[in-house]
Design a protein around this ligand. Sequence first.
Ligand code: GLP
Length: 241
Amino acid sequence: MKIISTENYQEMSIKAGLLLTEKIRSNPAITLGLATGSTPKGIYQFLIKDHQDNHTTYNQVKSVNLDEYIGLAPSNPNSYRYFMQHNLFEHLDIQGSNTYLPNGTVSDLEAECNRYEKLIEGIGGVDLQLLGIGQNGHIGFNEPGTSFNSRTHIITLAENTRLANSRFFNSIDEVPKQAITMGIATILKSTEIFLLASGEAKAEALARLINDGMSEDFPASALKLHENVTIIADKDALKYI
Ligand code: GLP
């Protein structure tokens, strides 16, 4: 795994944004795997500004998101569809029909997982996947204990994940208990992966990822099986390295 260390969150977002826009310009029909959470917000702001200033176009770009809460409609401000629309898609010239997320409101959720997995395969897989990391090592919503062979599946969220994400909700009771997430094997099929991390809260997770071996108790460690992973993190997140 290659590590790019930056001074702070802003520099992390700029470095990752520059690398990303380079990839998009050299492959205008790229398929991006996208993430939600606080970490990629600065990168999305970079992409929007670059689109306005330098006219990088997304009219052939496809995107597939990692995950979605079960039970939250796209109109719910806490759904990941809503997050993506407002933090990225509506500010770019990407075609709405080329932006994909799992649908957490359908009645047959198992069928939705299969549909999403096939959809990713059908569009030729992900060229570049962006990942954040949970404090417990989750990637997407693959919580500790998830099989490294997993494909898109339903996950019951860990209590510490619900607690961490409750900052976006009125109370922890409103945080969904389940989500649909790309599996670990789904993520590992992408051609290239950028893992982003910022702040001391992620320092222990990054130390475990970089220094320790592989274990299904720590989902991000599966990334050691992938040949093209770049960690882009600020010095607070890398403080134990
Ligand atoms: C969330 C998301 C992950 C994200 C992680 C970290 O629960 N499902 O995809 O990477 O937790 O979030 P943040 O970037 O807000 O720290």
